[in-house]
Design a protein around this ligand. Structure first.
Ligand code: NAD
Length: 254
């Protein structure tokens, strides 16, 4: 198949269901010729993923909160696929109590797990892939962030702090992996109703306000996020690294 990503093998981490940002990205990348490999968090999400990709498609378990699971998943990927041209990291988690009210509600344990799964995991994925020499020259790593990293969004709290750490990780990884030709970028997506978003208190208000503040009052779609992801994975973005690309229809400007 011809396309911007023809001949590229890309790992997609974080499809929970058809509303997932990762699924929008996967569909657009596939339409542009990418061969995709998927990981899922656990057995429950495996079932949900297979409903989308078909029961026979190959997907690998990877719980990013576990070093053992990460090591096992990436060793399997190395053995079965040899090299990757890209990794999409679309993973975040915070306990509900961290996404409610004041940031002073945070706890040591809640903060730790939020930062671990939502920020450290991107470093851990990059580290594993580099260690195993899994990344092809000119491979591209993409993660998903939100403007709660730079603005104090109601109820987003600890996740905003995790996204700030994630965005900083993008810049440090871009510097270090750039030496071997690997690019690292983030997409800051506009608010879209997904499973993850429903964990935020008053998420309906957040979604409505975001929609109202887009330049055309229409919410951004997962396919639009997928378009940006496809660009960042492609050779067209060979000069782009360490960047945070906003795909929110201008919400962060207004
Ligand atoms: N939906 C939005 O409005 C929005 C906006 C900007 C950024 N994002 C980011 O996009 C990314 C994807 O989220 P989404 O909104 O598509 O929601 P989603 O619920 O569809 O996806 C979140 C994914 O994270 C995975 N995950 C959580 N803990 C994990 C673990 N320990 N190991 C492996 N996987 C784990 C889940 O299995 C799920 O697939 C997240 O980083 C989120 O913060 C979302």
């Amino acid at each position: 198949m011809e396309g911007l990503l023809a001949g590229k093998t890309i790992l997609v981490m974080g499809v929970a269901n058809r509303r997932s940002l990762a699924w929008g990205c996967a569909q657009v990348m596939e339409a542009h010729g990418a061969k995709l490999i998927y990981t899922y968090q656990n057995e429950r999400l495996k079932k949900s993923l297979h409903k989308l990709i078909g029961p026979k498609a190959h997907a690998i378990e990877c719980d990013v909160a576990s070093d053992q699971s990460l090591a096992q998943a990436f060793t399997t990927i190395k053995q079965e696929y040899g090299k990757l041209d890209g990794i999409l990291h679309a993973i975040a988690y915070a306990p509900k109590e961290e996404l409610t009210g004041k940031v002073t509600n945070t706890t040591r344990a809640g903060f730790a797990v939020t930062l671990d799964v939502s920020a450290y995991s991107f470093l851990a994925v990059a580290k594993k892939a580099a260690e195993l020499e899994l990344l092809a020259t000119s491979a591209s790593l993409v993660t998903l962030t939100y403007m709660g990293a730079t603005r104090a969004i109601p109820n987003y709290n600890t996740m905003g702090i995790a996204k700030a750490a994630l965005e900083a990780s993008v810049r440090y990884l871009a510097r270090d992996l750039g030496e071997s030709g690997v690019r690292v970028n983030a997409i800051s997506a506009g608010a879209i109703k997904t499973l993850a978003v429903t964990g935020i208190k008053e998420h309906a208000k957040l979604l409505a306000l975001s929609k109202e503040r887009t330049v055309d009052q229409k919410e951004v779609t997962t396919k639009e996020v997928g378009g940006a992801c496809t660009f960042l994975m492609s050779a067209l973005a060979s000069g782009v690294t360490g960047e945070c690309l906003y795909v929110d229809k201008g919400v962060h400007l207004i």
